[in-house]
Design a protein around this ligand. Structure first.
Ligand SMILES: [Zn+2]
Length: 415
């Protein structure tokens, strides 16, 4: 049964994207940028205007709110979660959204920088958007559909549930986080205060997708201690740490096991930083795979490369430190198959074909799952995120809002 929805998702979205909420990995504060709180305050005010009395922005930049249950059944508490920040990789100041109404196909040239073209050849998803209204930037900034589409969808669904009390649901929690793009989205989340049994991030790409798997991720740091000597008198003595580090990088697999040569379920080793001088050098890498065993294999390969290189430098030493970053959420989510089953059913009821998939990255949900709050990722409709070609369609956002409402109804029906 289609819902009698009078959507507010687009007007909300256009209101949120013009607020610059770029996060900053170099900052040590939480939120990393104070400007994220500007959007947080707006969301708090909008939630309060919907009569959600407990809605509040906390001192760390998180927004919490509760839609009270309106059923006598004992229904698990479900949370919907999106992030307020945008990526540091692309500017998010002075976003000027444009709407291509009733898209007829073809490439979309962005008006303020005509070198920026969303080409069908590079964005095949455009082919499924004929007749839809597509929101883009003017070509000079990112759009911020990642993840302001999610915020707007959750707000739209919240308003619908409040205005339609005949639709029965359990307690629904809303959580908006700062700093997801710099990997700190759940650092200061208060799970006790949130009080949810299960959660869904609304931060996925194509309409209809539900993602229950993410990478498992480690960080590795290699520290090399070389042997210094005066360059005029170094023959037979010097062992140059920069050259050792370079040899290690050079021996990393080239045709496999790197971001630029892998896809699907393949993992990789990826250097993210290197610094050094004659006496010592440090290499930072990230290690990614979908399972623990794959991570361990890649870390063993890395260590064997280092050992092999070090054979040529007998008086130099090295250390490898491996630190866990996040874990594939699948193991946690598989213990509660209904989380995915209900989402699949909700997507179907919203009139879409459900597609289960996995994320070659992490989400707030990977860490929330590891912290004990199972949290898969549902589509928000965002495409080409972290770039000036970012786009989202009005119709996909509306479907996402409807999916949220159906999901709330299904949890109540099945309780
Ligand atoms: Zn995101």
């Amino acid at each position: 049964m289609p819902l009698a929805f009078k959507h507010t998702v687009t007007e909300r979205f256009l209101r949120y994207v013009v607020i610059d909420t770029q996060s900053d990995p170099a900052s040590t504060t939480c939120p990393s940028t104070e400007k994220q709180k500007k959007l947080g305050r707006l969301l708090e005010a909008e939630l309060r205007a919907l009569a959600l009395a407990d809605a509040h922005l906390d001192e760390h930049g998180y927004v919490y709110a509760t839609i009270p249950a309106n059923t006598d059944k004992k229904v698990p508490v479900i949370c919907f979660c999106s992030h307020m920040d945008t990526s540091p990789d692309c500017t998010g100041a002075n976003v000027r959204p444009q709407i291509v109404k009733n898209y007829r196909g073809g490439d979309i040239v962005l008006p303020a920088d005509r070198s920026q073209v969303i080409r069908v050849a590079e964005h095949p998803e455009l082919a499924n958007q004929i007749g839809n209204d597509i929101i883009t930037t003017d070509g000079t900034t990112l759009l911020g559909a990642d993840n302001k589409a999610g915020l707007a969808e959750i707000m739209d669904a919240a308003e619908f549930l409040i205005r339609n009390p005949q639709i029965k649901h359990g307690t629904i929690k809303i959580l908006f986080t700062p700093d997801e793009e710099i990997g700190r989205g759940v650092d200061r989340v208060d799970l006790k205060k949130l009080g949810a049994d299960f959660a869904y991030t609304m931060d996925g790409e194509t309409a209809g997708t539900i993602e229950d798997e993410t990478f498992s991720a480690d960080g590795a740091t290699i520290t090399i201690q070389g042997v210094s000597a005066h360059p005029g008198f170094a023959k037979g003595r010097m062992e140059h740490a920069i050259k050792i580090a370079s040899a290690i990088i050079d021996r990393l697999p080239k045709d496999t096991c790197s971001p630029e040569t892998t896809e699907g379920r393949e993992g990789f080793l990826h250097p993210t930083g290197i610094n050094g001088a004659l006496e010592s050098a440090t290499i930072h890498l990230i290690v990614r795979d979908f399972n623990e065993q794959g991570l361990k294999q890649k870390e063993a390969l890395l260590e064997s490369i280092v050992q092999d290189v070090m054979k040529d430098y007998p008086r130099s030493t090295y250390k490898i430190a491996v630190k866990p970053q996040y874990r594939n959420m699948k193991e946690v989510i598989d213990r509660h198959p209904e989380i995915i089953d209900y989402a699949v059913e909700a997507i179907r009821r919203a009139g879409l074909k459900p597609v289960k998939s996995s994320i070659r990255g992490g989400t707030d949900g990977s860490r929330l799952s590891a912290m004990g709050l199972p949290c898969p990722n549902i589509f928000a409709g965002e495409h080409a995120f972290h770039s000036r070609l970012e786009w989202v369609s009005v119709q996909d956002m509306e479907k996402a809002a409807e999916t949220i409402v159906h999901l709330a109804m299904i949890w109540e029906e099945r309780a």
